[in-house]
Design a protein around this ligand. Structure first.
Ligand code: KDG
Ligand code: MG
Length: 412
């Protein structure tokens, strides 16, 4: 099993995706997701210019060795571009190994630890009627755990609110929340922390009284709070029994989470922008979080994320892998195989992709009773239709950014 060919495929069916396809001399192919939202072409260049030439002629079976070689031989370590590129190679090699073994990848990772993966969907609304409608639609789609994002009176446009109204998926029409907008410049959104901290508990109170105490509810603060503001929010949401409060601070300063923990028992999830175990070292060891939010795609692949999750397991910290639409179907499949195999699975984020994306990436996962399953095809269970992919060339798109009322740039 020698790597004979490595192609970097960029396609933009409903949004931009970067995929690495490796082919071995005996004709096996493996796919890896390298999509870095808003910075896609930097990973394309990293792969095409610096990684692909090193892969040709390597033994496709040596996954750990290839990971260590790509990480250490570059000298310059970590960072989202490097780690997304390494992730794509890693996942493609796992795909090939599982296909060679004739088994779905989760079997190679140790076999299923559960029958399916509890997944949460994204409900959102500018106001309560819109939000309730969105929650109901998610319940109809079969979700058994729901993220709640709400508009804040006085703020025009904020993270997490479906801006494109609806999008067509294979399963029908759903609310779309795709923050990256096509165009030459990032969109500007506005932010007011005090207004948000006042408003959000009233939203959760209304949702609990409409939908009852059972439904697991989640919320993403999306890095916008200081530690003391995060502590205040966590405490004010305690009566509504959240499954988790996500990214309450940016957590680049891992120590900051100590202050949050001291003041609230609302469970915390952090890490979608992290890319190595070093970003988690302190917050796992000190048990400052409850869920690891990293995606396979952004954390060096299955090889590295599994090490983070095994470390987390020693502290009863569970997985909550990132699964927005910018994780491609290949990245999602990798998450599902890993999530099925590990013992400390917590929950999986699941935003359905658009119908065009599902035509480019043929997938074998199933969605039933609120649970995802990666399916029984050998490998990841995803194939890329290059003719379909070729219909959708790359389009520049950026994530938005925030400004406060006085014009200061704020975390988005
Ligand atoms: O690319 C950025 C998005 O993936 C991110 O904003 C989504 O926070 C997010 C989430 O929890 O899905
Ligand atoms: Mg998030």
């Amino acid at each position: 099993m020698i790597i004979d060919r490595a192609e970097v495929i960029v396609t933009s069916p409903d949004r931009n995706f970067v995929t690495l396809r490796l082919t071995t001399d005996d004709g096996l192919t493996g796919l890896g997701d390298a999509t870095l939202n808003g910075r896609e072409l930097s990973v394309v260049s990293y792969l095409r210019d610096h990684v692909v030439p090193l892969l040709i002629g390597r033994d496709a079976g040596r996954i750990e060795d290839t990971w260590q070689f790509l990480y250490r031989s570059a000298y310059w370590r970590r960072g989202p571009v490097t780690m997304a590129a390494i992730a794509a190679v890693d996942v493609a090699l796992w795909d090939i190994k599982a296909k060679a073994a004739g088994m779905p990848l989760y079997q190679l990772l140790g076999g299923a630890s559960r029958t399916g993966l509890l997944a949460y969907g994204h409900a959102s609304g500018q106001d309560l009627p819109e939000l309730f409608d969105s929650v109901r639609k998610h319940l109809e789609l079969g979700f058994r755990a729901i993220r709640i994002q709400s508009g804040v009176p006085g703020l025009k446009s904020i993270y997490g609110i479906a801006s494109n109204a609806t999008v067509e998926t294979m399963a029908g029409v759903r609310y779309d929340h795709e923050p990256a907008q096509r165009g030459a410049r990032p969109a500007e959104e506005d932010w007011d922390t005090r207004a948000y901290l006042r408003h959000l508990p009233t939203v959760f109170e209304a949702v609990r009284s409409e939908f009852g105490p059972e439904l697991p509810l989640l919320h993403d603060a999306h890095h916008r709070l200081t530690p003391i503001q995060a502590a205040k929010l966590g405490r004010s949401l305690e009566p509504y029994d959240l499954f988790w409060l996500e990214d309450c601070t940016p957590a680049e300063n891992q120590e900051a989470l100590r202050l949050v923990r001291r003041h609230t028992v609302t469970p915390l999830a952090i890490g979608e922008v992290f890319n190595t175990v070093w970003d988690y070292q302190q917050i796992i060891r000190e048990q400052l979080i409850d869920y690891v939010r990293s995606a396979v795609t952004h954390t060096g692949g299955i090889t590295h994320l599994r090490k983070i999750l095994d470390f987390a397991a020693q502290y009863q910290i569970k997985s909550g892998m990132h699964g927005p639409t910018d994780i491609s179907p290949v990245g999602m499949a990798a998450a599902l195989h890993l999530g099925l195999a590990i013992h400390n699975f917590g929950i999986q984020e699941y935003m359905q992709h658009g119908a065009r994306t599902d035509q480019v990436f043929q997938q074998s996962f199933t969605w039933s009773g609120g649970l995802l399953h990666p399916g029984e095809q050998p490998g990841l269970g995803v194939e890329l239709d290059t003719d379909e992919a070729g219909k959708y060339p790359y389009e520049q798109a950026y994530l938005p950014f925030n400004r406060l009322a006085d014009g200061t740039v704020h975390d988005w």
